[in-house]
Design a protein around this ligand. Structure first.
Ligand SMILES: [Zn+2]
Length: 347
């Protein structure tokens, strides 16, 4: 029995030394120390021994078990350390290699201009309002005093969704006036920027989709003086305090009286000439049209349930792209929509 135990110890040490994976170690542990293991098998024979021999063999068996357990633990640590070392070697990171750089974008130049305009109006007490781009012809035309048969209602100018021409892509931001007046009572002070759609071919100054910014103020005793004051101050905020402006009479179905506002050309500073040549930006006019405006037509107020005897107001609409082109000194509208990064990076 003594020889058996000694043989188990020697063989176990050799086998454990050769084991190179955690799985092989576990297999050996079961084989040597398990319930059906070799050591247990020897211990089962203890009953056959004499009373003197039993404690001696017991002690020896325990020391063999202890030796095997110690060796198991030692091999486990060695194998684990080797695996860790191999993994570290395989996953080494060279911290001296330059990192990947990420390009951080910024707001689109047109949105920068829009944000500036919005901020300015909000500072003057205007509320920013949004409404659907798919609009009813009733809101887009009829209730804005644009009658049946008006050229702007023509199918060649407007994207209609239905055969009866009752649903369309809004051609202007003015229907937002109607929507706002339907749901709000005076005093009203509203700014409504948004996309509008017309059947235009894209060229240097036209696009089938562009942006307008609509404004509406309705309260008691609003006059043309309020209109001029508000619009002159916004133009000065966007183009600088020295921006020269002028108002010209005009006609819109939904305002009366109506006007257009011009700004002195930013290229030739209102002279119409540039280096002895006719200025190409203003075509020699010296002025650039920036927006249309007017006093809200009494019929439009009535269409929205507002008493035109008690209230008056002004409205204006400006093309955002035109404002952006002027401010950013861009000469082709298509550049704004192409989204060429080389262009966008300049702003
Ligand atoms: Zn000019």
């Amino acid at each position: 029995m003594k020889e058996q135990l000694e043989s188990i110890r020697v063989k176990a040490m050799e086998a454990l030394e050769d084991a190179s994976t955690p799985a092989a170690l576990e297999e050996l542990r079961v084989k040597l120390l398990g319930k059906k293991g070799e050591l247990t098998a020897v211990l089962k024979q203890m009953g056959k021994l004499s009373a003197e021999e039993r404690p001696i063999m017991g002690q020896m068996a325990n020391s063999v078990r202890a030796a095997i357990e110690e060796k198991l633990e030692e091999r486990k640590e060695t194998i684990h350390a080797a695996a860790m070392e191999a993994r570290l070697a395989a996953e080494t990171i060279d911290v001296t290699i330059p990192g990947e750089s990420y390009c951080i974008g910024h707001q689109h130049p047109m949105n920068q201009v829009l944000q500036q305009i919005k901020d300015t109006f909000v500072g003057m007490g205007y509320e920013v309002y949004e409404a659907p781009e798919v609009e009813l012809a009733d809101y887009n035309f009829t209730r804005l005093n644009i009658e049946e048969g008006h050229p702007s209602r023509d199918r060649s100018d407007t994207f209609y969704f239905t055969d009866d021409d009752s649903v369309l892509l809004r051609t202007q931001t003015s229907p937002m006036q109607i929507r706002y007046m339907e749901t709000h009572k005076p005093p009203i002070c509203m700014l409504a920027p948004g996309r509008v759609f017309r059947k235009d071919e894209a060229d240097a100054t036209h696009s089938p989709m562009f942006h307008q910014i609509e404004g509406l103020v309705v309260a008691e005793d609003i006059t043309m003086g309020d209109l001029k004051g508000a619009l002159i101050s916004i133009l000065r905020k966007v183009y600088g305090e020295s921006a020269a402006t002028r108002f010209r009479p005009h006609h819109f179905p939904f305002t009366e009286p109506s006007c257009e506002m011009d700004m002195a050309c930013h290229k030739c500073h209102g002279t119409g000439e540039l280096d002895g040549q006719v200025c190409s930006t203003c075509h020699g006019e010296g002025w650039i049209e920036v927006l249309g405006a007017g006093m809200v037509h009494p019929k439009v107020l009535e269409n929205c349930g507002i008493d035109p005897e008690k209230y008056s107001g002004f409205a204006f609409g400006m093309g955002l792209e035109r404002m952006a082109m002027g401010q950013l000194k861009i000469n082709d509208l298509r550049l704004i929509f192409d989204n060429d990064v080389r262009f966008l990076n300049q702003f």
